[in-house]
Design a protein around this ligand. Structure first.
Ligand code: CMP
Length: 254
């Protein structure tokens, strides 16, 4: 009897009914992803059936810069860091992506290798979509082509801003801007209406901050010391506390 119950349970979780409901859940999720947001869940059912769900652990590299590519990913949960690496091993973060965002689409679109490395920051789940399935879907859905173009354009715009900062601003100013961005993201996450001039704790190590700012750890350490001396912030193990927001804003606007 136990065996027949197990067989019944197995049918229950892996039978056609369950597969159909997983596809429907995937289609409902896909409409929240910007490149598919112009479509209805019903339009997305064919694509939803072609997604492959996988979990990744903290620190895992999903792919490296210059790897050949056959799939893109849509993040269901967790955080993924997109970075580039210099020949001597220094790293610069280009973006930190969260649930609902996608990555790995560029190499599918231009047929080249990966333009950057994707690393798991917080345990993540993604839905992988293979090149042929994505390209077939694009052929029949010009609205997804338009939204994908919009995504690539916004990534280009943010790289232009980053490039401007790298070319025109010194490290302490760039660091001040980055800390303000992180404080704003922290305020948004905690449902705060704007930034308030009270201590803001950022769970951030110097190595992470260096990758975001695009500077060496030593230069970031010196910039943090000078801001500490001015009473703008304090630091402890993997934590930076902004003490004087207005002074940090002045530093960022030089
Ligand atoms: P692909 O080149 O296939 O692999 C690396 C991925 O990182 C790339 O596709 C994009 O999805 C993503 N990526 C590359 N550059 C940026 C950027 N500047 N901002 C956000 N994401 C990026």
């Amino acid at each position: 009897m136990y065996a027949s119950l197990r067989i019944a349970w197995h049918k229950e979780i892996s039978g056609p009914g369950v597969i159909i409901s997983v596809i429907m859940v995937n289609a409902d999720f896909l409409v929240t992803v910007p490149i598919f947001s112009n479509l209805e869940p019903d339009d997305l059912l064919p694509l939803a059936g072609k997604l492959h769900r996988r979990g990744y652990q903290k620190g895992e590299v999903i792919f490296h810069q210059d790897d050949p590519a056959d799939r893109m990913h849509i993040i269901v949960g967790g955080t993924i860091r997109i970075s580039i690496t210099s020949d001597d091993g220094r790293e610069k973060d280009l973006a930190v992506l969260q649930a609902g965002e996608c990555f790995g689409e560029m190499a599918l679109l231009d047929g080249s290798n990966r333009s950057a490395t994707a690393t798991v920051v917080d345990p993540a789940q993604t839905l992988a979509l293979y090149r042929e399935d994505f390209m077939d879907f694009l052929k029949g859905h010009p609205e997804v082509v338009a939204q994908t173009t919009r995504l690539l354009t916004s990534r280009l715009r943010s790289v232009n801003l980053m490039l401007g900062d790298l070319a025109f601003l010194d490290v302490p100013t760039r660091m001040a801007k980055q800390l303000l961005d992180l404080a704003q993201a922290y305020a948004d996450d905690s449902g705060q209406n704007g930034l308030q001039n009270k201590p803001i704790e950022l769970p951030m190590g110097q190595d992470q901050l260096a990758r975001l700012v695009g500077a060496s750890r030593e230069t970031i350490s010196r910039a943090l010391s000078s801001y500490r001396r001015l009473g703008i912030l304090s630091t402890s193990h993997r934590r930076i506390t902004i003490l004087d927001l207005e002074a940090l804003e002045r530093m960022a606007s030089f």
